[in-house]
Design a protein around this ligand. Structure first.
Ligand SMILES: [Zn+2]
Length: 107
């Protein structure tokens, strides 16, 4: 799916139509420096994620590769950032797409 970089959309903070930047919502979590899943803690326990299999850290189970992927598409959420007040808002609905190309002309 193709989407333009910017669109004119209603901004609930400015209460008018403004130019808004389209961006994808990033998935995944940040590794905290003091959290249990932190890299520093892993190093102290002599287990660096992705290297070897010491304790609960390590490579993923092989079973996952046997199983067939049920869905070829992933759910993507678009975020709109107002260029005037620099505030952003999520899109009302997420959509299933195989690939979301931002910056190309919508078709
Ligand atoms: Zn605004």
């Amino acid at each position: 799916m193709k989407m333009p970089k910017t669109t004119k959309r209603f901004c609930p903070y400015c209460k008018k139509k403004t130019e808004q930047k389209i961006d994808l919502v990033k998935t995944g979590i940040k590794r905290g420096t003091l959290k249990r899943g932190s890299l520093e803690r892993a190093k102290k326990r002599n287990a660096i994620p992705g290297k070897g299999n010491k304790g609960r850290y390590g490579s993923k189970p092989a079973i996952k590769s046997w199983k067939r992927k049920t869905k070829a598409t992933t759910r993507k959420v678009v975020i709109y950032k107002c260029q005037e007040c620099k505030k952003s808002k999520h899109a009302k609905n997420s959509r299933r797409v195989s690939k979301l190309l931002i910056g190309e002309k919508a078709g």
